[in-house]
Design a protein around this ligand. Structure first.
Ligand SMILES: [Zn+2]
Length: 92
């Protein structure tokens, strides 16, 4: 790593905070997101952790009740909103 001493610590800390915020917005656990960002900032480069957080699918927001639910969910566990295509309407 080419950054030395205090500057390295600052970069890692800053990366952890930004990564944590990205993770939070993406529906990840903020602590996990911060840990990943800090680790990757230390190992590779600050941006890598952020890109990773942006690529990994997080949770989505239910359009009906605005609660965060799993990205793969087809039914909202809070309000029962269905993401599955509605059954074909029976012709009257
Ligand atoms: Zn819902």
């Amino acid at each position: 790593m080419f950054i030395q001493g205090d500057l390295a610590l600052l970069v890692i800390l800053g990366s952890a905070i930004i990564g944590g915020l990205i993770g939070m917005l993406r529906g990840h656990n903020i602590v996990v997101a911060m840990a990943i960002s800090a680790l990757l900032a230390w190992l590779v480069f600050p941006i890598v952790g952020w890109i990773l957080l942006l690529l990994v699918p997080g949770k989505k927001r239910c359009p009906k009740c605005r609660e965060r639910i799993e990205r793969k969910a087809v039914v909202c566990r809070f309000c029962g909103y269905s993401y599955a295509p509605a059954p074909a309407p029976t012709p009257a």
